[in-house]
Ligand binder design. Structure first.
Ligand code: DSN
Length: 415
């Protein structure tokens, strides 16, 4: 549908704000920012450039962002207990690109999680990693598909001696075997890259594994899934000076020029919120994910990972093949203003990427709006009703969501 006038564009922006505030938002890669963080998007920083490092910029007029960037970097080092932090990537994929571009040469072998096994597109041949090498192999998985098979992986790493392994993924229910693979990787001089995009806030809250302490060379991540925002990327490490110089050049000028100063300012605010609230928030998120998984299981859904307690993260995965598959189910739910995404599950061939069996559910946003275990029960009930053919649930969804409009785990009320 064509949008003809400026007023129509502005109307669509308002419609989006209004609509998603009435939806049950369950996309595992999204979160919402506090009003204080959102306000920074409209600041003068949105117009400015600041290539380089604080105090050594290629532009003048950067005094204020220099102070913010320095403080943000210091805050993140403290939060993640590391010596080095790169905040200039403008997304998680951009952060991965900064790393791959400096540590992967043509022909280098890299081991990753497969796409059906949950691996992110930037780890694959068609994504960022594929620009630097085509020699990419998958981790062997345990029979349930949600865990890396450590024994087989150790054997494969010893035999093939990859340059890098990339742990961390987009369908991310359980911790990765960082500690278990650290020793063999030391022996084979294989670097462990941990993509923590989905679980960054849970790591910050110390409710998930601590990849750097467990032996990862570096952690990349986006900052807006279980972290509070803004939509950016980050690289964290305690690596040596020489290696870090490569990351530094990878971030700029390798994979970005200007690094979007308004969202950097927002991230500085969100990081302060994380420092204060991450521990409580991430505990609540994981409890809610487990509660939602159990509630769906009780209603007869094929919730994945059952033998391991369903999930240890913000995500729940459900095989809805018997309900018509993930594509159809996500559309039916969207028609009732329950928003989530279809997702491949580990047993599926790549050819089913646009009609997979699975759906992936994330509870991090609704948790931030104050929902707890009883509300997870109600969400399970609404999903169940909808998939049993119930339509016209929108009103009930809006009524339910209407009671959860205030954002928690932030300083908005102290303004
Ligand atoms: N593809 C996104 C996700 O939804 O997991 C991450 O970039």
């Amino acid at each position: 549908m064509t949008v003809n006038t400026l007023a129509e564009i502005e109307g669509l922006i308002r419609d989006q704000d209004d609509w998603r505030s009435r939806c049950i938002n369950l996309i595992a890669s999204e979160n919402v920012m506090s009003a204080r963080a959102r306000a920074a998007a409209g600041s003068d920083f949105a117009h400015r450039y600041a290539e380089g490092h604080p105090g050594e910029r290629y532009y003048r007029g950067t005094g204020y962002i220099d102070r913010i960037e320095e403080q943000l970097t210091a805050d993140l080092k403290r939060l993640f207990a590391c010596d080095r932090c790169e905040v200039r990537p403008i997304s998680g994929t951009n952060a991965n690109e900064a790393v791959f571009s400096r540590f992967v040469n043509p022909g280098d072998l890299v081991m990753v999680n497969s796409t059906p096994g949950g691996g992110h597109i930037s780890h694959h041949r068609m994504g960022s990693l594929g620009k630097f090498t085509r020699n990419i192999i998958d981790f062997p998985l345990s029979p349930d598909g949600y865990h890396i098979d450590v024994e087989k992986s150790v054997f494969l790493i010893e035999k093939t001696r990859p340059k890098l392994i990339v742990l961390g993924k987009s369908l991310f229910l359980f911790p990765e075997p960082v500690r278990e693979l650290a020793e063999v990787c030391r022996q084979t001089r294989t670097l462990i890259i941990y993509d923590g995009a989905h679980v960054l806030g849970l790591i910050a809250g110390k409710r998930f594994q601590q990849p750097l302490a467990e032996g990862a060379f570096l952690v990349t991540g986006s900052t807006h899934k279980t972290f509070f925002g803004s939509q950016r990327g980050v690289i964290l490490s305690s690596m040596d000076e020489d290696s870090w110089r490569r990351i530094d050049r990878g971030a700029f000028p390798g994979s970005s020029s200007n690094h979007h100063l308004h969202t950097l300012a927002q991230m500085a605010i969100c990081t302060r919120e994380m420092i204060e609230f991450a521990e409580r928030y991430s505990g609540d998120v994981i409890r809610n994910a487990k509660a939602l998984a159990a509630a769906l299981d009780r209603r007869g859904f094929d919730v994945q990972g059952k033998e391991h307690g369903f999930t240890e993260s913000h995500q729940v995965a459900v095989n809805v093949g018997s309900h018509g598959g993930g594509e159809q189910v996500s559309r039916r739910l969207e028609a009732n203003d329950i928003i989530l995404n279809m997702n491949m599950l580990p047993h599926e061939p790549l050819s089913r990427h646009d009609h997979p069996d699975g759906i992936r559910i994330g509870v991090q946003e609704m948790t931030r709006f104050g929902m707890a275990e009883p509300e997870m029960e109600r969400i399970a009930e609404l999903i169940h009703e909808c998939l049993r053919g119930g339509n016209g649930l929108k009103e009930e969804v809006h009524r339910f969501r209407g009671a959860y409009q205030q954002l928690h785990y932030c300083f908005d009320s102290l303004r």
